[in-house]
Design a protein around this ligand. Structure first.
Ligand code: NA7
Length: 555
């Protein structure tokens, strides 16, 4: 008998299902959380909106979609058997390969019986009297659970710009984060791509190869470093497998979850010639570790200027038309103060005859017409529009769940001036709700699976701690939350990250969203120590009680 049957109680026309824990989302976080809860002996169910597992990788199927972290460490570490038997085929895994991996994990650990697909959560409400959560879905189902664990990802609420006239467009349009599963054939088409973040920078070269003509609408020029993707070297893969213990340790102690070494020297302490040689070598190696070329690139503006200028020179050298090169050169923010993209032939794409760059900062989009996009300068006729315009990051996926905590307070109201969480794991007033990689945790500033695994293990340990002591109620205190929010701000202020005014880390890409620096920039290693410290002190900063015992005493 499956746990679904075990826990289903028919009440009249409605089926009400009770579980110890409900997990929302079946991506990297949801899959591992389910396994971990099962190992504790809890009844758990994952509710997933998509018709398959994969989370962000299920939805982001746009041309060129590929992970920016390297495959051998953008993966689970919890099972040595898994990491030994899985073979990665490329330096950076492409979206279909990550989907194969996550489906393999779902099968290997027999997770599917407890994952309910095509089930979108529309509401979650904490019932104080019953000390449990009630969850409702789009299909009208109701679930009751002691623990609500959100595993909804940080970048899953698509940001489709509200541009006048979109509904009148006669061609087709897609957001990269909700790409049709059957794919989109751009052969012979005039395509417009809006957005030049990590996604646009991956999609633009791939679409340019197919389309008759590609027009790129750029609001903010971006830095990008070559990815240097290549087939996985079997010898390297073998070496990795022999050394996984050390690699995983390094990831968890690092600043951002990547196992690469950061040069201990400052960019300012070496002579110009040596600095350039270091940057050239890092450029040749490619990837996100370009940031590690010197110790101070994300904390010292003067040091950062040398890296930013190096990349600007590379753009000028690569792009043949000087006017286009100048438009593509970023000046408004330091390198890596926004999420740094990595690319395969991005700047080279603008040398193609079938690609045009439109600077919509100087001539903004006025409207979408039946025939295409009209800026203040011209109308561009298009058959297809691709919005690579990012996400309502970090808070969007949580707010979309319509969560109400104690006293009926909605998360939307509580976070009207920006997200407030303790350790990015809990928010005061919302007992027994845990958030995997919530605002205030390192999340998007790190290699996600590393932070996810740490959160899952922390949450499961906490639940086990409660069960062993007969506790059934946990809630972050307001004081701990306040101190953490302050610490998150201080940590960001010690870096150059807040200098990027158009960054989604600050919520600046979504009109009307409060400008608050959301992820924790104090480093993953430091963060893990703080979480472990709180746990070791009996979950310091959280109120843990037994409502059942309290009710008995009162009664
Ligand atoms: P990003 O990094 O938020 O990039 C979105 C891009 O779209 C960026 O260039 C934005 O310009 C542009 N944008 C956003 N809204 C508009 C409107 N209204 N008009 C024109 N241009 C707009 O999202 P991505 O999907 O590329 O990357 C998200 C993460 O996914 C990535 O970092 C990886 O972690 C994976 P702006 O810079 O705001 O001026």
């Amino acid at each position: 008998m499956s746990s679904l049957q075990q826990n289903t109680r028919e009440t009249g026309a409605e089926s009400v299902r009770e579980f110890d824990a409900i997990v929302v989302g079946a991506g990297f976080a949801g899959l591992y959380q389910l396994l971990s809860l099962r190992e504790l002996g809890l009844s758990a169910r994952v509710l997933e909106a998509g018709d398959g597992v994969g989370g962000t990788w299920y939805w982001n199927r746009y041309p060129g979609a590929r992970c920016d972290s390297e495959s051998y460490y953008y993966s689970y570490s919890f099972s040595d058997e898994l990491q030994q038997e899985w073979e990665w085929t490329e330096r950076y895994p492409e979206q279909p390969e990550i989907m194969r991996y996550l489906n393999y994990v779902a099968d290997k650990f027999d997770l599917r019986p407890d994952i309910q697909l095509e089930t979108r959560v529309t509401e979650a409400r904490f019932d104080e009297d019953a000390n449990r959560w009630e969850i409702r879905t789009e299909g009208g189902e109701r679930f009751f659970t002691q623990f609500l664990i959100t595993a909804v990802g940080c970048l899953s609420a698509a940001n489709v710009p509200d541009i006048k006239g979109l509904e009148s467009f006669e061609g087709d349009w897609h957001h990269t984060g909700g790409w049709p599963h059957e794919g989109v054939d751009f052969t012979g088409k005039r395509v417009g791509v809006v957005g030049t973040g990590s996604t646009g920078i991956q999609a633009i070269p791939a679409i340019a190869e197919q389309a008759a003509h590609l027009t790129v609408f750029q609001r903010t020029a971006n830095y990008s470093v070559p990815a240097r993707n290549a087939p996985m070297d079997p010898e390297f893969q073998e070496e990795v497998k022999e050394n996984y213990g050390e690699i995983r340790r390094k990831q968890r102690e690092s600043i951002n979850g990547h196992p690469f070494d950061i040069n201990e020297q400052s960019a300012l302490e070496v002579p110009e010639e040596e600095r350039q040689a270091t940057y050239e070598a890092a450029w040749e190696t490619g990837g996100l570790q370009f940031r590690a070329a010197f110790s101070d690139l994300v904390v010292n503006k003067e040091a950062n200027d040398t890296a930013s200028e190096f990349i600007r020179d590379k753009i000028r050298d690569t792009v043949e038309d000087p006017e286009t090169a100048e438009k593509l050169t970023p000046y408004d923010h330091p390198f890596a103060s926004k999420r740094p993209p990595i690319d395969t032939g991005y700047f080279e794409t603008f040398n193609r005859d079938n690609v045009t760059l439109v600077d919509i900062k100087s001539s903004p989009i006025e409207e979408i017409t039946p025939k295409g996009i009209r800026t203040t300068d011209a109308e561009y006729e298009l058959d297809s529009i691709v919005f690579a315009t990012g996400f309502d990051a970090l808070t969007g996926p949580l707010l979309n769940l319509n969560i109400r905590g104690k006293g009926g307070l909605s998360l939307k109201e509580k976070w009207s001036d920006g997200p407030r969480m303790y350790l990015g794991l809990q928010t005061a007033g919302f007992p027994n709700m845990f958030t995997i990689t919530g605002p205030g945790s390192p999340s998007v500033l790190t290699n996600m699976p590393t932070n996810i695994e740490q959160h899952v293990e922390w949450i499961s340990d906490c639940i086990q701690y409660m069960r062993e002591r007969g506790l059934d109620h946990i809630e972050a205190t307001v004081d701990a939350e306040e101190a953490w929010v302050e610490h998150v701000n201080e940590a960001a202020d010690r870096t150059l990250l807040p200098l990027a005014k158009s960054s989604w880390y600050l919520g600046a890409n979504v009109p009307g969203k409060p400008r608050v620096f959301m992820p924790y920039a104090g480093g993953l290693g430091t963060y893990i120590q703080k979480c472990d410290h709180a746990a070791a002190k009996g979950y310091e900063g959280f109120d843990l009680t037994s409502r059942a015992v309290a009710a008995e005493r009162q009664g």
